[in-house]
Design a protein around this ligand. Sequence first.
Ligand code: FAD
Length: 324
Amino acid sequence: MSHSDAKNIMVYVETVSDTPLNGGLEILTKAHKLAAARGEEVIAVLIGSNLEHAANTAIMAGADKVILVTKDNYEMEVYEAILTRLAEKYKPSLILSAGTLVGKDILPLVAGNLTTGCAVDVMEITDKDGNFVFTCPVYGGTVLNDLVIKGTPAVAAVRSGAFEKELVVERTGEIIKEQVGVENTVRAKIVEVVNEMAETVNLEEAQVIVSGGRGMGNKENFRLVEELALACHGVVGATRPAIEAEWVPRSHQVGQSGKIVAPKLYIACGISGATQHVSGMIGSGYIVAVNKDEDAPIFDIADVGIVGDVVKVVPLLIEEIKKI
Ligand code: FAD
């Protein structure tokens, strides 16, 4: 596909229980701004069932058109084939999705099908002389890399929280129901989806995360992290050592081999600030760290650092926050 054929930005918006995830809505708002400057439109793609309400939310977030494709369950091969078919039909200049497990599952395959490139973990998108420039962390988040994809469409999975969602009630848009026939290439079928209790809390969507590390000392002390998270209406995160000590389930892990998060507020308790952890939370808006070692690397990236014992400091924080 040549650059001149491309007329729109396509955004895959993931839904859970018929509700669009914030990551997709944030991207729609960003796409709306990028597309407006290029004279293009934004096409949101929603796959599932009962998505009319979600479609209206997508329009409020910035979609000019919403394509609804009815499918019961997530199947990687089916979803990537649907997105590929839609991209071939609507000829986007850019295809975006939130970098959730599903987004990272399907986007590289879509890029492969369209013989183009895919950027992942994108934190910023700019338009430079008609080319999209993607800012992505490399070397565990210590360096930010600007990346341009030569093929069209460019494909990118965006870090949740990278952009602000703006819902404008007055926005209008078109809802199109598409029937996309895809070959039955499914090799792995999902037979059952079991939600762990922890999975019901979405770290990638959270505005406030309170994370605990090895410095919490033991499972009982780790309850302080949970208590602080509750007081802040936040979600519990953890470092790998805290997971390995079984203080909290694996789905709470933040970092290179866990989840990439970007809340407005991240409170790190008893966390040293190893690169593999920091790369997963460096996109946070405001970082507060509590550590007894004043030379801990976490203080290099913290907006506010408290040097002290977590067992003494965290209860004080809980007490003060409960007063608000
Ligand atoms: P530590 O590094 O041991 O730090 C504990 C901190 O607590 C110290 O700074 C100490 O001063 C402080 N402390 C101790 N007691 C107290 C107290 N009473 N009060 C206050 N402060 C106290 N890690 C992740 O988190 N996420 C990942 O996704 C991840 N992926 C990895 C992938 C690979 C391939 C590898 C090799 C490693 C990965 N790791 C990951 C592990 C990572 O390298 C670090 O080991 C880990 O992040 C350290 O966790 P921590 O900060 O809890 O522990």
